[in-house]
Design a protein around this ligand. Structure first.
Ligand code: ES4
Ligand code: ZN
Length: 326
């Protein structure tokens, strides 16, 4: 249909996806074979999206994927594929991709960066897509682990790393645990974001006031509190929403309909962006997430283009580079 062609052609800016979650199943199988890692499933059912029992089961699959990405070449490859086939081929012009070093415990952080930066460079040369990195803290670990990771980010500071994020299960890692790590990042001039998918509106306040976040990943429950919503509207706080992944992940606590919540957020005047989170793991891609909203909420070209404009505003490029994006 015409709407699908329009959605595919629409320029996109992607601020919320996890490198580990973007790896195609065939690539996971190849890397597992390369490193002699046994997998109990094949490429066709590795990501049995729609049937993850709960967030914990999903994150265990994510751990398996992380564990097969082991050397500089692997990071180069998955980054390249994530940006070209997973991004540029969907008219994604720019992506801030979340990289989660705790997901690769055997690989030193500088080696991870070496491969990923090579992937960024080659993807840009071959497809024109520009990208930066957001380093993800695993919130199921301690506050001290988070501080240690931010210290590494600062020690090995490169221009490609523009900020930090907070991922894994919110119930096992309240945001207040990470105040020190976020302060450290803030003093170093890093951008700060964090996931709040299932958590209460109060977590959004913690993100803004204690962690110094300038944006929020998901944040669906903000609309349960009119006062916090009004503040976020006034401050133009961006919310990076992921329609397909959050709809499948009804464990997110937004099971009263992620799409309906996204509509509420848009109607409240919040700065909403649309993303895919872990595209192949949830059977989606950048085009599909826009298409799903077009069909579910009746959004037309002007609203979908507004999501892209919001993402340009929300991204961590300098003003000149932002102006050059679209
Ligand atoms: C994630 Cl909490 C969560 N949900 C989806 N994807 C993820 N990757 C890392 N943490
Ligand atoms: Zn996410």
């Amino acid at each position: 249909p015409a709407v699908d062609a329009m959605v595919a052609a629409l320029p996109k800016v992607s601020l919320h996806c996890h490198l580990i979650g973007t790896v195609a199943p065939a690539t996971v199988v190849e890397l597992a074979a390369k490193h002699g890692v046994p997998l109990d499933r094949g490429a066709h059912d590795l990501y049995d999206h729609g049937s993850y029992e709960d967030l914990g089961e999903f994150l265990r699959v994510l751990d398996v994927v992380g564990s097969v990405i082991r050397d500089v070449d692997d990071f180069h490859r998955v980054t390249y594929e994530s940006l070209v086939a997973g991004g540029a081929d969907h008219n994604v012009l720019y992506r801030e991709i979340q990289l989660s070093p705790p997901g690769h415990p055997e690989v030193p952080y500088p080696r991870i960066l070496e491969g990923v930066v090579a992937g960024l460079r080659d993807a840009r040369t071959d497809s024109g897509i520009d990208a930066r990195l957001v380093v993800g803290i695993n919130r199921e670990r301690s506050g001290a682990d988070a501080v240690e990771l931010v210290e590494q980010v600062i020690e090995h500071r490169i221009d490609e790393v523009v900020g930090i994020g907070l991922d894994y299960a919110e119930v096992n890692g309240p945001p207040g645990r990470f105040v020190e790590a976020y302060r450290l990042a803030g003093r170093a001039g890093l951008g700060r974001t964090a996931h709040s998918e299932s958590g209460p509106p109060a977590h959004v306040l913690t993100l803004l006031d204690e962690l110094g976040c300038s944006r929020v990943d998901h944040g669906y429950h903000v609309v349960d509190d009119p006062e916090i919503t009004a503040r976020c509207v006034a401050e133009r706080i961006p919310f990076t929403c992921t329609p397909v992944s959050s709809d499948i992940g009804r464990y997110s606590g937004s099971g009263d309909g992620t799409h309906a919540r996204i509509r509420q957020m848009v109607d409240a005047g919040l700065l909403v962006t649309i993303d895919s989170d872990d595209p192949p793991m949830f059977g989606t891609d950048p085009t599909h997430d826009y298409r799903v909203l077009a069909h579910a909420l009746g959004y037309r070209r002007d609203q979908l283009a507004a999501f892209t404009a919001n993402a340009v505003e929300a991204c961590w490029l300098d003003a000149t580079s932002k102006a050059d994006l679209l």
